[in-house]
Design a protein around this ligand. Structure first.
Ligand SMILES: C[S@@+](CC[C@H](N)C(=O)[O-])C[C@H]1O[C@@H](n2cnc3c(N)ncnc32)[C@H](O)[C@@H]1O
Length: 277
């Protein structure tokens, strides 16, 4: 991220979610606050998306990862889990439309600059801050998540669910595994939903130009993709952290469950969504 500035990719991800409501009517992931939090002209959002049809696979991936995460949160809540931690929350809106009220305390963790920008946007969009929400400002690269969460009231002895979407590719492996090891080691037990991408060398040749263009774009925003994973090695590393239930949904699984994320030849590598407990 650019020093002292909010995440630009957080705005991009939120724009994909808003456009998904406007063009696909939220058929993968429904979020009635996705458009209001942007405070943008819906017609302009649609016109821009339609002028760039190459963005569709990313939009569907972002909708799919959010749907998987929010389904996991609903299942956890139904099982009595009362703590949700949204890591690198960006403009995620689930805290503001949570149907669970005080039964689930939600911790929104983000880089201080992004969090300050989000709070200004919430105020501008007149979206109230619910009583069950706690803001926790953390830089994953330099600060200890455990300390910040505890200071905000998080109870490590009670079961929790963590959602970490669109963040892992931007972090160093040290920061990624510090967080995953912490979640796996929580004494109350925990589940995490996060996403990652296959290493570029594994992507089909036909996809590489798109990947390289996207990677160059995010790097130009000061948010380069620096961490990729191979599914088998990541699963092994997660087991070493202490996770025992690991579900990794790759592009083909996501395409079967939701909507193909591109033409058939391009569906074997790309983004994955992991649920690990
Ligand atoms: C692509 S956005 C994703 C936001 C949100 N999870 C979503 O899906 O819309 C990346 C997020 O990671 C956060 N982030 C990136 N590097 C970070 C760091 N070192 N510490 C804390 N947050 C970081 C950014 O502030 C931003 O909110």
């Amino acid at each position: 991220m650019m020093p002292g500035e909010p995440s630009r990719t957080a705005l991009a991800a939120a724009t994909h979610r808003a456009v998904h409501q406007l063009i696909e009517h939220g058929d993968i992931f429904t979020d009635p606050l996705a458009v209001p939090i942007l405070a943008a002209d819906p017609a302009a959002l649609v016109a821009d998306a339609e002028a760039h049809p190459g963005r569709r696979p990313m939009r569907f991936f972002i909708a799919a990862r959010h749907r998987i995460a929010e389904d996991a949160v609903a299942a956890a809540a139904a099982a009595g889990v009362g703590q949700l931690v949204v890591l690198g929350a960006g403009l995620d809106t689930q805290a503001y439309r949570s149907p669970r009220g005080a039964a689930m305390t939600i911790y929104e963790v983000d880089h201080p600059a992004t969090q300050a920008w989000k709070r200004a946007r919430l105020s501008q969009a007149a979206i109230p801050i619910p009583s069950w929400l706690r803001f926790v400002a953390v830089d994953f690269e330099t600060e200890i998540l455990a300390d910040r969460l505890r200071a905000a009231g998080f109870d490590p002895a009670r079961r929790a669910i963590f959602v970490w979407l669109g963040v892992v590719p931007y972090l160093t492996q040290a920061a990624i595994f510090a967080t995953l090891d912490y979640v796996a080691g929580l004494p109350g037990g925990a589940e995490i939903v996060f996403d990652y991408a296959d290493p570029p060398a594994a992507w089909p040749d036909a996809m590489r130009p798109m990947l390289e263009a996207r990677a160059a774009h995010v790097a130009s925003l000061g948010e380069a993709w620096i961490s990729y994973f191979d599914a088998a090695s990541l699963a092994e590393r997660l087991r070493a952290s202490g996770f025992t239930r690991i579900e990794d949904l790759g592009p083909a699984d996501l395409g079967t469950r939701f909507r193909p994320l591109g033409p058939p030849a391009l569906r074997n590598k790309g983004g994955h969504v992991v649920r690990a407990a």
